[in-house]
Ligand binder design. Structure first.
Ligand code: FCB
Length: 417
């Protein structure tokens, strides 16, 4: 049986600047140098619970794994990488602009860097791929990080000014903008748990950082709309499918609270300044009392539960917003590619079911096109449709990518029964 996706559906994959470009100089690259030894040392403790740990132990305990360095050299190899994506049938692609390249010093904008991203956009258009451009995927110019990052006085206005420069230069060639990537995940790790730079801990800093980002989004939205009223703007929102383990009032109440706090809060606050909902989806949390009780029958290399069907729930829970939905990230870390070959068709079947249930989904971007630098986990997690040999920069298309290519090329999926 063949599942057909809606007309003009967009198919592709996503990346982000710091994770693939290489040679970035920003708050993360500095933090990596100061923290690589610690991360390597702690990995044993942090990940010993992971059933896949033995496979990765030698890589994960090596400090070099935690230095982004040359990454995938995508900054210079983007054309051949886009050739690969085009050969895999992708008709859209999501990437991010690196703020630290555009504004390396406060108020100084680098024309060559802006021109680079213009060429990136033109290279996508030349291959028939619709660009989805993210303005901020977590990394900050050093001067801004030194002032306090997203908590710096005037952060939102700095972001607005950067947005204005970008939209003035590139707006003619871009229709879809994502202002912020996962503001909730970022603020949780950078300001609440203290795992990511600038490693702050505290509920108050978490909420203040969220407010700054909400304000920044609204200003950027207005800056983009003022120049290009027809452009389509959203954020990439990390939503989890929270499932009540049973029908008790208590577990249903906990599910509702988790939805409100994590899934709905940010979206509600920006309700009038988004044209579409961008969904990043990876996780399912089954709630039983205060604990997460996932069945974890299978787990990805990250140790996350393998749960492709949860995409159905994450998507249908967005129907009440009555906006077009784009899946901006969905994928798994799986170095062996065996789970991924099953994951993609299963997730897409769930997505098709969500569309049949009334969700206005218009595109799907697998995370990620390439293996890449996974933040404080470094290089040992592999999310790519395309394998990267970091020693030689050789790209190898994985079998799952070829199966996904058939879906992209036909905009349909053959399933059994
Ligand atoms: C998401 C991030 C993305 C990538 C994936 C695996 O939370 O948006 O940059 O690291 O996780």
């Amino acid at each position: 049986m063949r599942l057909e996706f809606p007309k003009d559906f967009l198919w592709g994959a996503a990346t982000s600047s710091h994770q693939v470009e290489g040679s970035n100089h920003n708050d993360w690259s500095e933090w990596e140098k100061a923290n690589a030894d610690r991360l390597a040392r702690e990995s044993e403790q942090t990940f010993s619970w992971n059933p896949n740990w033995n496979t990765f132990r030698s890589e994960a305990t090596n400090p070099n794994t935690y230095i982004s360095g040359a990454a995938c050299e995508h900054y210079s190899r983007y054309e051949s990488d886009f050739d690969l994506a085009a050969s895999l049938g992708h008709n859209a692609h999501r990437f991010s602009i690196e703020w630290s390249r555009i504004e390396p010093r406060e108020g100084e904008f680098d024309e060559a860097a802006i021109e680079h991203y213009r060429q990136v956009i033109l290279a996508l258009r030349a291959r028939g791929m619709e660009p989805f451009v993210t303005l901020w995927n977590w990394t900050l110019p050093l001067w801004l990080a030194e002032k306090g990052g997203v908590m710096a006085p005037g952060f939102s206005e700095y972001f607005e000014r950067y947005t204005e420069i970008i939209v003035k230069a590139l707006g003619m060639d871009v229709h879809f903008w994502i202002t912020l990537n996962e503001p909730d995940v970022y603020t949780a790790h950078a300001y609440l748990t203290g795992a990511w730079p600038p490693q702050k801990h505290g509920l108050i800093s978490f909420f203040r950082a969220q407010s700054a980002l909400i304000h920044a989004h609204r200003l950027a939205y207005r800056a983009l709309k003022n120049r290009f009223p027809g452009s389509q703007i959203g954020i990439a929102k990390h939503n989890i499918w929270f499932e009540a383990a049973d029908n008790t009032m208590w577990n249903r109440l906990l599910k509702w609270s988790a939805d409100m706090a994590w899934n709905q809060f940010f979206l509600t606050r920006i309700r009038n300044t988004q044209d579409f909902i961008g969904l990043n989806h990876y996780n399912h949390h089954r709630i039983a009392g205060w604990f997460r009780k996932n069945e974890n029958i299978r787990q990805t290399d990250f140790g996350w539960e393998y749960s492709p069907e949860s995409l159905y729930h994450a998507v249908t829970e967005l129907i009440p917003y009555q906006k077009p939905i784009y899946i901006l990230e969905n994928g798994i870390a799986d170095a062996s590619d065996t789970l991924r070959q099953e994951f993609i068709p299963t997730a897409l079947t769930a997505l098709h079911r969500a569309i049949a249930a009334g969700a206005d989904v218009r595109g799907y971007f697998y995370w990620s096109l390439l293996d890449n630098f996974e933040w404080d986990k470094g290089y040992w997690l592999r999310f790519g449709l395309v394998h990267i040999d970091y020693a030689t920069q050789t790209r190898t298309i994985r079998p799952s990518a070829r199966a996904y290519a058939e879906v992209c090329k036909t905009s349909s999926l053959e399933i059994e029964k």
